[in-house]
Ligand binder design. Sequence first.
Ligand SMILES: [Zn+2]
Length: 403
Amino acid sequence: MNFKKIAAFLLALLLCISMAACAENADTKETTTAVPTAELIETTTETQSDVLEWVQCEGYELDENQEVKNIILMIGDGMGENILTNAEIVKGSKLSTSFMPHKCHVGTTSLSGVTDSAAASTALSCGVKTKNRYIGVDQNGDAVETIVEFAKARGLKTGLIDTHVVPHATPAGMVAHNGYRGEYNEILKGMIKAKVDVMLGGGAEYAETPKMQARIEDAGYTYITTAEELNTLTKGTPALGCFAFQDFTADDNPSLTSMTSKALELLEGDEGFFLMVEASHIDIFEAELDMEGTLKEMQAFDKAIDYTLRWAEEHPGTLVLVTADHETGGVIVPESGKAEDVNNDCFTSDGDHTDSDVLLFAAGAQSGKLITKEKIENTDIALLMRKALTDTYGDAPTNIITQ
Ligand SMILES: [Zn+2]
């Protein structure tokens, strides 16, 4: 009996202590919930912006049987296989690319070894392996026909989008010819001369000199500099948008998705079109070993791809290709597979490019027929785009625009 009384007393005492502790906890909880709530509101406001939210992807139904009328080539600069996996871990659900039905590996090396963005873009656009820093020229420095020139020769409209300067390596390699990627003024002159219908990105530094403005005007371009002006663009004249003095990130406006959606609106028509969309800053943040910045850019790119695939569902005859020019950062996937471990420790290369394969994803018109191997070279992407356009639009004389 005595023992029972002592036990009951101890139990009551324990109950009192734990209730007091609960009350204390409740207080603590109240104060701690106050902070996350405030943070949550802030995050929600951010996620309502056009850029910083993960878009939930549920799959796409694109017609593969139509002949190829339009090609949309989307390039994640520095987007290796592992950063895709890491982005998926952090997102907590599948990226838009995971719903694209055809996929293969792509070799990226250039004649200089590990490629830079210039030689990679030349390979993707012209179908030739060349030296680093070369834009639309072969190893001897001779101009080779770019994908924009190839498309224009068949009467298609053309568009180039990036978030770096408009004449940056990737868009430059799609149209221009130059032995040195840093010749931004010369390259921009060539891009204007080639009359690409829509060019959106940064680089007001080069576009806004009096001489360049005169060229832009003479070529009949509508020149814009803000997201608001982008919204008001309508079909009719070619458009050049430079939304930053140099470059801009996923935190800025316009977003990659709004540039893509406007370009699609301007380019859509009976002629068909070739559009290249580059998420330029995946590479920039990887080079800085900044995982948070890299993931924001992946988020923006995933959203732009999702938008594009949904647009292509509504526009049969569109072939959507998503790839990368090279891997950057030697990114590894954390063994734990946990989002909290996707951090700056995942970079293993000091921010350099690597020679790892990248992936090519394809959906839409003829995609199943064009992707038939497990591994191809980056030059094969140029060849398969040419084959698709030739099948639909026929042959045309080689079209190299002297710059
Ligand atoms: Zn690159």
